[in-house]
Ligand binder design. Sequence first.
Ligand code: SF4
Ligand code: FES
Length: 237
Amino acid sequence: MKGRFNIFRKRAGESEPYRQEFEVELFPGMTLLDVFHAIQAEQDPSFAYRYSCRGAICGSCAVRINGTAALACKTQALPLAEQGTVHVDPLGNMPTVKDLVADLDTFWEAYDSVRPYLERAGETHDEVFFWADKLDAKQLDQLSRAVDCIKCASCFSDCPKRAEDENFIGPQASVQLFKFFVDPRDDLHSMRRDAAASPGGVVDCDSHANCVKVCPKDVRPLRAINFVKKELSVTQE
Ligand code: SF4
Ligand code: FES
């Protein structure tokens, strides 16, 4: 069957976006990323979108599909198109560079702001370290999920709190903060606590949980946020 795709278009350097509809012949197994390739190869070579791995691991092909952020390379096109015209937009909560290419600067700035690396003030850590001795089972499970984050920015795109408050660091940066918040080897605990409790920090999360729904890697950012909140004794539960 032919699928219909209604796609957000914006030329680089021009402010006015517009929408364009494409029809693409679909085959079983074809992903939405394959549809983008077909459009670019056969209908409009100027059509812009990001991708790299094609295997749901680099995070670069995230777009909004019918209003919800998801990875284009992980989304089957045929079942989607059978339900009607598929609307595709660039990620939200960020400006657009061109067509489906979002400007991720604010996403990476939020990520940098939590200093997402282990800080050791003294000598290098040379003792044998076992996470299982330091964290309970739920924390350990959340830590392994946090490590799975591919930084696709889907959660940042669809976070209602970030939409209303551009100072809020968003779900992904909160997950990164959690990683070092629970790491007993880290020497920045008081700095991380202050950052988490400050305006725009983890405590500002309103628990909409969109981040949990859209995350392609089941990282569960809200759960990480709630661990930090609990540690700070501000959890509403
Ligand atoms: S937490 Fe999930 S949705 Fe957010 S950037 Fe990481 S992988 Fe993407
Ligand atoms: S192309 Fe890498 S995640 Fe989709």
